[in-house]
Write a protein that binds this ligand. Structure first.
Ligand code: F0G
Length: 385
């Protein structure tokens, strides 16, 4: 029974939209919660307290497979022939994999020009997706794909799709399972389109309602400082879920300001280079329910953390390391205590986005400057490694 071998579908009782004989799987979710004192020391935690949930071990190399198997299952139940997404790379790689592996439908992906790492692009191309490069960035691609999907009746799999989030809930089920259902104090996750944080919040709401847990962890969402809309709105402008009565004025004002001033997302962590997150409201709900916080970390902090994750015997792509950099920041602020149990989500595999990594470690000044020096990253912290 394939349901048993999927780290997502073995929780099918908690994802009750698909009959067991209709689920689509390529063996996703066989991921591990790892405990690490090497990285824990860097973050400032007591021994035994820092865990990394390594979602890069999924079939397409990122956490996206958790949600994509659910979305593609739903699409196939509807009889869809085509599925589309906008992507900074991982969603498109995942969609392309499911479409080719299951032969259920054709994948159509929209990417911003020059914004996607070759590792991720090569996956989509090899898996046979129709790849459309549009003038603009992810936020522009997202806008376009929503229009096109609506106009042509194509199934949309971006995390506006609620079935994706259903699948992504299982990341938290597996974390709790690994901790023998002892609830950790913190879940720290990078924030881009805010699908993960929204899904995690929903997972905890449901588990609490079912009486399977009696308290919930606090969720910390970590933006890159060059793509920090959630941070700006939640921490600086005080935007809250407020029981479902979100004050939209500061959100509209900030969107207008970004339009007016031509503010575009810009970070070395290309996977989370997003300024108009589609799951903003759902994420605000998750933050309220879990007493969550939002922080922003610089490209320097992201790359330094990433090098420590690698040196600690793991490895991840730049966006993923934002979680570790964010945990370190919250620890320094005293928001996280050294004795708290902390789980950082490593969202994507080391090999996904290697350009920045090579530049970070190179002794070739020209290569370094072109990729990192020009964005204000220095090697200072790395030299102290
Ligand atoms: N980490 C990685 C490696 C990602 O690829 C993404 C999102 C995120 C974190 C952010 O997750 O959107 O749930 O807040 N990547 C999307 C994509 C946008 O198109 O692959 P989120």
């Amino acid at each position: 029974n394939p349901v048993r071998f999927s780290g997502v579908w073995r929780f099918h009782e908690l994802l009750p939209f698909a009959p067991q004989d209709r689920v689509v799987t390529v063996g996703e979710g066989q991921t591990l919660l790892q405990q690490t004192d090497a990285v824990g020391e860097y973050v400032g935690m007591d021994n035994g307290k820092l865990h990394l949930q390594y979602e890069g071990m999924n079939p397409s190399g990122s956490f996206k497979d958790n949600g994509m198997c659910a979305a593609v299952t739903h699409a196939s139940i509807l009889g869809a022939q085509r599925a589309a997404c906008a992507s900074t790379g991982n969603t498109s790689a995942s969609l392309a994999l499911y479409c080719s592996a299951t032969r259920l439908m054709k994948a159509i992906i929209f990417i911003g020009s020059g914004k996607i790492s070759y590792g991720k692009l090569s996956q989509a191309l090899d898996y046979g997706a129709l790849t459309v490069q549009i003038a603009g960035d992810f936020d522009d691609a997202m806008l376009r794909v929503r229009e096109v999907a609506k106009e042509l009746g194509i199934y949309l799999v971006n995390s506006v799709n609620p079935f994706r989030l259903e699948g992504q809930k299982t990341i938290m089920f597996r974390v709790l399972e690994a901790l023998r259902w002892e609830v950790p104090d913190w879940i720290v996750v990078p924030g881009g389109n805010l699908g993960n944080s929204s899904a995690f919040g929903k997972a905890f709401m449901e588990l609490k309602e079912l009486g399977l847990i009696d308290r919930v962890p606090r969720i910390a969402v970590i933006n890159a400082s060059g793509a920090d809309t959630l941070y700006e709105l939640h921490e600086r402008r005080g935007v809250r879920w407020n029981g479902g009565h979100v004050n939209m004025d500061p959100i509209v004002q900030y969107n207008d300001q970004m339009d007016r001033e031509g503010i575009k997302a810009d970070t070395i962590a290309s996977a989370i280079e997003i300024n108009r997150p589609v799951n903003l409201k759902k994420c605000l709900r998750a933050l309220e329910f879990t007493d969550g916080v939002v922080r922003q970390v610089s490209d320097q902090e992201i790359l330094d953390a990433k090098a420590r994750v690698g040196a600690g015997g793991f490895g991840c792509e730049p966006a993923s390391a934002a979680s570790v950099a964010g945990a370190k920041m919250l620890r320094r602020e005293g928001v996280i205590s050294a004795s708290d149990r902390v789980v950082c989500i490593l969202t994507g595999h080391e090999l996904k986005d290697p350009t920045a990594t090579v530049a970070y470690h190179t002794t070739d000044q020209e290569v370094f400057h072109k990729t990192l020096g020009s964005r204000g990253v220095t090697k200072a912290s790395f030299a102290n490694k």
